[in-house]
Ligand binder design. Structure first.
Ligand code: T3D
Length: 262
């Protein structure tokens, strides 16, 4: 049986691929459960120091599988609040809190929850032909999967509202120019560039990255004073890591550091 989400151990990092290309990698509940299980495993795996999330075929992810939303044979359609509680919200929280970087390689259209799944990544790189569309209004829904949180913070309130109300696609270059994503690259360079990026991240101080994620998570709602206190506390933890000692030793020895992720 073909898995709807595949995982490859690439030696120090892992590639996770959404794999329902005939549905533009739309997410049904078994797919979401498998994605969650894989990411939980990778979050715990100390041998995995970075994660690459991408899609098979011509799309990154078309969001919720809408076939499951339609009432059929006397069965009601999907309980939207329920699947958010069971799957989507834990997925966003997990990506944001897992103690290693998650890079999203957006290989094609990212729509609805698929767009916001991409934006949950720590670094988002998209193929130049990829588009991001807050498709929700077209089906009478509101942006979810973190959309109403991520979008205003990334692109500002005016653009967040227009993107949500109009449900118009944004191209990768525009998304990069607006600061919605890190970078747009030529389609035929996406795989190589994101692999190089994840390999680089996987050789860096993983504990410091985990602590950075905690600091950024808190900065969204903190005052400057509160955030300075967060930085003080987390820097204390970073300063106690072997990778900090290695970074210092490498600096004074004028050599490249050999970070172990501890
Ligand atoms: O709690 C909750 O609210 C639940 C969570 C919700 C989060 C959400 O994600 S809600 C939003 C769901 N997603 C959408 O509304 C996007 C729907 N798809 C589209 O608008 C378009 O397909 C795209 C803009 C993504 C791409 O358009 P295009 O023209 O490149 O491709 P296409 O021909 O529309 O799609 C290709 C196939 O994928 C097609 O199937 P077919 O005709 O070849 O058999 C299409 O039906 C299928 N597909 C695309 N998106 C979905 C899908 N099938 C099921 N669910 C989809 N979301």
């Amino acid at each position: 049986m073909t898995e709807t989400v595949t995982i490859e151990d690439c030696g120090g990092w892992s590639r996770v691929t959404l794999n329902r290309p005939e549905r533009l990698n739309a997410l049904n509940e078994p797919t979401l459960e498998r994605l969650l299980a894989i990411l939980h495993r990778l979050a715990e795996d100390e041998g995995c120091r970075a994660v690459l999330l991408t899609g098979a075929g011509r799309g990154f992810c078309a969001g919720q599988d809408l076939a499951d939303c339609v009432p059929q044979d006397g069965r009601p359609g999907l309980d939207l609040a329920g699947i958010m509680e069971r799957c989507y919200n834990p997925l966003v929280r997990l990506i944001r809190t897992m103690p290693k970087p998650v890079v999203c390689a957006v290989n094609g259209v990212a729509a609805g929850g698929g767009a916001n799944l991409a934006l949950a990544g720590d670094i988002v790189v998209a193929a130049r032909s990829a588009t991001f569309v807050q498709a929700f209004a077209k089906i009478g829904l509101i942006p979810d999967v973190g959309g109403t949180y991520f979008l205003p913070r990334l692109v500002g309130d005016a653009r967040a509202r227009a993107l949500s109300f109009l449900a118009e696609p944004v191209g990768a270059e525009q998304a990069a120019a607006w600061g919605m994503i890190w970078r747009a690259v030529d389609d035929d360079r996406l795989a190589a560039e994101t692999v190089a990026l994840v390999e680089r991240l996987a050789s860096q101080p993983t504990q410091a990255f985990a602590l950075m994620k905690r600091a950024f998570a808190q900065s969204a709602t903190n005052t400057l004073d509160a955030q300075l206190e967060v930085e003080r506390s987390l820097q204390g933890a970073a300063g106690a890591t072997p990778d900090h000692a290695e970074g210092l030793a490498a600096f004074f020895a004028k050599r490249a550091p050999n970070f172990t992720g501890r």
